[in-house]
Structures are given as C-alpha cells and as structure tokens.
Design a protein around this ligand. Structure first.
Ligand code: OXD
Length: 327
C-alpha cells in the first residue's frame, strides 16, 4: 500500500503514520510533488492546494481512499471522484475550537467597531464612537456540524438566543434554542441579528446568500463567514454593506482567494477580512495526524474511516462523525 501525504508534516508525523501502517510505503509529496505522485497512491492524505490532474488519478485506478486534512472538501470532490468508488473522509470538526475562536474574533471585532478604532489608531486619533453588544442578540448559525456546534457552545454563556439550520436537524444541543431544517434558512435570516455561516460548499450551497437572501436579513444585522467564500454572492454583499442594509461583515473566506486588490471590501470600515486562517492552530498538524493514524488502522482492519463523507453533500452523516474514538 502506498500512502501519499500532502500536508505540512514533520518527520515525527510521518513516523506516526508509518507506525500505524508498518507495511506501507509512505511518500511525503508536499505541494511540490502532489500532482506527480497522486496517480501512484492507494491512499491520499492531505489537501492539494495546487492544480491536480484528477483525470490522470482516476485513469490510474489505484486510489481507494482520500483522507482530507481540511474540513472543507471542495479541493478533492471533483465530479470524477464523486462518481467513483473512492472513499473520502474529512477533518470535519477537528478544527472546531479554533474556528469558533475565529468566529468570536470577527464577531466581537465588528460589534466593538475595531476596524474603525484601528484606522483611527494608525492616525494616532483618539475618537470615541458608540459600540454594539452581543448580549441579548439573536444569533443564527447556518450549518450545525462540528464547527457550528462548537460556535453554539462558546456562544451559550453570552445571554443570546441561538437558532440554527442544518441539513440534518437532529440532536439539538441544549444551548441551541431552535434547530430547523436547511429549508428554513429564510426564517433564520429574518430573525437573526448576527448570521454565522458554518456550512460546507457544495452544489446546493454555492451562491446561497444571493441578493434576494441578503435582502431577507434583518436591517442592521451582521454576517460572519467562516465557511467558504462562494456560499455568498460577494457583489450582493458589497451592495448590502454600501446601502447600510447590513451593519458589517466578518469574512475569513472570500469568493476568490486571495481577495482581489481591487475589491471594495478592503476599503469598507464595516468589514473585517482575515486570510482564511480560521482553522489554523499550532496543534493542527498533530491533531490531523492523530485522526489519520486512527483511520489508517481502521482501513487496514477493513473498516470505514471516521468522518467518511457523503460525497454529494461534502460532509459526513452525523452517525459517521469522529467523536474522539481511538479505534
Ligand atoms: C478548511 C480548513 O477547510 O482550513 O477551510 O481546513
């Protein structure tokens, strides 16, 4: 069995993977060699950030399993992979604590008007302006998977009403006041003071927040996107901010990354942009490798991996989500 890695592993991570599959050949391809090496892989672990010739990979008929090192799977869920027998598993939920921290940074930053204060600070200006509170707000979380649930848990002590929608509206955590099916999105948008996007990008969520949907958001509400930029029609968002319909947007992701230098979002003092760092953490590679090792042992024992995704949806069924099991 040949395992091709493409995430920023160090030697001890490679050794951990080798220990989980002692008879396998482990190749640390990195971004430089991933396209060349993928057709030779039985198992691919990582996140190719460079273009990959998936037709060549599929023609080689070798690849059996992709373990993504990212929560989002848009990097590998190309039509050929979706239609194939290749099993795909994700890092869903693994980075939920840091995504929740990022969500809070963006949300509090907007409510406490940090973009304006930072701009004033850079000019050595001491200007007092009114700020807004989180307490008492209705927060709508779109997508109550691993990230959405962690965001709800962290929000709970703040005296807020938490509502959420999900494709699988089951297992409502106590801290979530209402959990509705994904089709109830418009209701969530119309009731929320802050809308947090924590859902995957797939064929049915691309462009989900278009001009019509944004118009359904409460006037003066905020949008936080820690999911994928293409879930939002960015030109419609720019217009809604310019018209004052939205009070602010906190964006860790944008439609095109890096965000174009010409984007009006850069200049808007109601916007905070971070460069897709929501899932970053000093523990990320180690946490990922722990799951990889557990899933490799399962693979060798003929079991399906934790976090196996429904390839058409791009996320796992709740019953397949990894909840810290070690085998
Ligand atoms: C992601 C990640 O999916 O960084 O955005 O894991």
């Amino acid at each position: 069995m040949r395992i091709v890695l493409c995430y920023p592993v160090e030697r001890h991570h490679v050794e951990q993977i080798q220990a989980a599959a002692p008879d396998a050949t482990v190749v640390n391809a990195g971004q430089e060699r991933v396209d060349e090496m993928l057709p030779t892989a039985d198992v691919f672990v990582g996140h190719a950030k460079v273009p990959v010739d998936w037709d060549r990979v599929l023609a080689a008929k070798k690849l059996k399993w992709i373990q993504s090192s990212a929560a989002g799977l848009d990097h590998c869920l190309v039509p050929g992979v979706i239609d194939s027998d290749i099993v795909v598993s994700s890092a869903s939920g693994l980075f939920a604590p840091q995504v929740a921290e990022q969500t809070f940074a963006l949300m509090h930053g907007l409510l406490r008007r940090l973009p304006l204060f930072f701009r004033a600070e850079s000019k050595r200006e001491f200007i007092r302006l009114p700020t807004d509170d989180l307490r008492g707000k209705t927060v709508g979380i779109v997508g109550l998977g691993g990230n959405g649930r962690m965001i709800a848990k962290v929000l709970a002590p703040w005296d807020v009403r938490i509502i959420a929608t999900d494709y699988y509206p089951i297992d409502r955590p106590d801290c979530v006041d209402d959990l509705w099916p994904a089709e109830e999105l418009d209701r969530l948008l119309s009731e929320s003071d802050i809308v947090i996007l924590a859902l995957p990008l797939n064929a049915s969520t691309e462009g989900l927040l278009d001009a019509d949907r944004i118009a359904k958001m409460k006037p003066g509400s905020y949008l936080i996107n820690v999911a994928r930029g293409s879930v939002v029609v960015e030109s419609a968002l720019v217009d809604a901010l310019a018209s004052g319909h939205l009070a602010g947007a906190g964006l860790d992701v944008t439609e095109v990354e890096p965000l174009a230098e010409s984007s009006r979002l850069w200049d808007d003092d109601k916007v905070i942009i971070t460069p897709h760092v929501g899932a970053q953490s000093s523990r990320r590679v180690s946490d990922t490798t722990d799951l990889v090792a557990i899933n490799l042992r399962r693979h060798l024992a003929g079991k399906l991996p934790f976090n196996r995704v429904d390839k058409r949806l791009g996320f796992p069924h709740p019953s397949d989500v990894w909840r810290g099991e070690t085998s």
